[in-house]
Design a protein around this ligand. Structure first.
Ligand SMILES: NC(=O)c1ccc[n+]([C@@H]2O[C@H](COP(=O)([O-])OP(=O)(O)OC[C@H]3O[C@@H](n4cnc5c(N)ncnc54)[C@H](O)[C@@H]3O)[C@@H](O)[C@H]2O)c1
Length: 369
């Protein structure tokens, strides 16, 4: 097991990474509990495959578990299921000193974390992430929230978990598509701040996706170390944390355009967004010609979506996509903020990108469809 500390003073917590951690989750939770009772919220897919194991681990420590399974998928991360989960927690008589467990992917983690943030003005919660995306990214750092018709993650709160248990064994049951979507966030860490890690991924990414446990352990741990470091230095995204949004301005517009559904998963949008961000950086003369090609080549080699033409169905034009970016919460004073790069592992925040250049980039990408 690897342990990464998220150093946030009184709100510090551990991210534990290893195979089989679900089987000892009861013992891990016990020190946090005032009474031996927890409420677990999950989704129906995770409940069917892994909830019994979590229940057994809790029972082994005499912890009573009550569980709610929400429908799987991004569509769940909205007002309706948020209200359902919040009211269910109240019905279960979850009190201020109790602990809520988010057991699932990023959808469950974000929604349950937000419910915990506002339930009785805030109760503690534990993340037990079950997707690659959630293990390397969404379970760490305390961003919680839901989507609204106006855009993604526009309603939410910073609420740090008290513990994160990332059992890499559960990644075995993910579909290949969900695994690859999570890989979009893994590769993001190399691209934004660690060229050596990107090189490691070029060599070992295929083994990691293929199921190599040691490669998974390293990739998840290295990703969490990077995220934990950034979060500890800039918890509420006043500066450096924005780098984690590499590819996300494009991604959020594409997700909105495709209706937050099966056509484009979040991690797939991140991979396409990263490829576009490097292309934009190159067009601005910030990085060498071969850099975006190297990024795209690796994503392709991993079987990832890389270009707008990989998204099935119609997409709006460049102007409409730009307008969708304008809704993004990273807009400052009406100007679009992009994360650009001077090379692999050298990302920075840029507030002064000419909109015309972005429009041309999108026009060119759409023309290839
Ligand atoms: N809070 C943050 O900092 C942050 C960061 C990145 C992404 N996110 C959010 O995360 C969400 C995406 O998360 P996701 O990709 O995990 O999606 P998800 O939660 O929808 O999970 C993807 C699918 O995998 C299934 N699943 C989960 N675990 C499984 C397992 N072990 N075996 C088999 N199937 C399993 C789920 O039922 C679902 O169908 C987005 O809403 C995104 O905005 C948040």
């Amino acid at each position: 097991m690897d342990v990464v500390q998220v150093a946030l003073g009184a709100r510090s917590y551990e991210v534990r990474i290893g195979a089989g951690l679900i089987d000892t989750a009861g013992a891990a939770l016990l020190p946090l509990l005032h009474r031996r009772k927890v409420a677990v919220i999950t989704d129906e897919t995770v409940a069917a495959t892994h909830l019994m194991r979590l229940a057994a681990a809790l029972e082994a420590e005499g912890i009573t578990m009550t569980a709610l399974a929400l429908p799987p998928g991004e569509g769940t991360k909205g007002w309706e299921q948020f209200a359902r989960a919040s009211e269910w927690l109240l019905e279960q008589k979850i009190e201020r000193h109790d602990v809520v467990v988010a057991f699932g992917g990023g959808v469950v983690g974000d929604l349950v974390g937000f419910a915990a943030a506002v339930l009785r003005r805030g109760v503690r919660f534990v993340q037990v992430p079950t997707t690659l995306l959630a293990q390397v990214d969404s379970s760490v750092g305390g961003k919680t929230g839901i989507n609204t018709p106006q855009g993604k993650n526009l309603i939410g709160a910073f609420h740090q978990p008290s513990l994160v248990l990332a059992d890499i064994g559960v990644l075995d049951t993910l579909t290949g598509r969900d695994l690859r979507a999570g890989y979009g966030e893994v590769v993001k860490y190399g691209l934004l701040g660690d060229a050596g890690f990107f090189g490691w991924l070029e060599a070992h990414g295929p083994a990691m996706i293929g199921g190599d446990t040691a490669a998974r352990q390293y990739a998840v741990t290295r990703s969490v170390q990077m995220k934990a470091g950034i979060v500890a230095r800039d918890e509420t995204e006043e500066g450096e944390r924005a780098l984690l949004n590499l590819g996300h301005t494009f991604c959020h517009a594409l997700e909105k355009a495709t209706g937050y559904g099966d056509r484009l998963l979040h991690g797939e949008g991140v991979a396409i967004g990263c490829a576009l961000a490097f292309e934009l950086s190159q067009r601005l003369g910030l990085c060498a010609q071969e850099v975006p090609s190297r990024v795209r080549a690796h994503l392709r080699a991993m079987g990832m979506k890389t270009d707008l033409r990989d998204i099935p169905g119609d997409l709006p034009g460049a102007e409409a996509l730009l307008a969708l970016m304008g809704q993004d919460k990273k807009v400052v004073d009406g100007k679009l903020r992009f994360i650009l790069a001077r090379g692999i592992g050298e990302a920075f925040v840029a507030d002064d990108v000419p909109p015309g250049l972005v429009r041309r980039l999108l026009d060119d990408a759409l023309a290839l469809r």
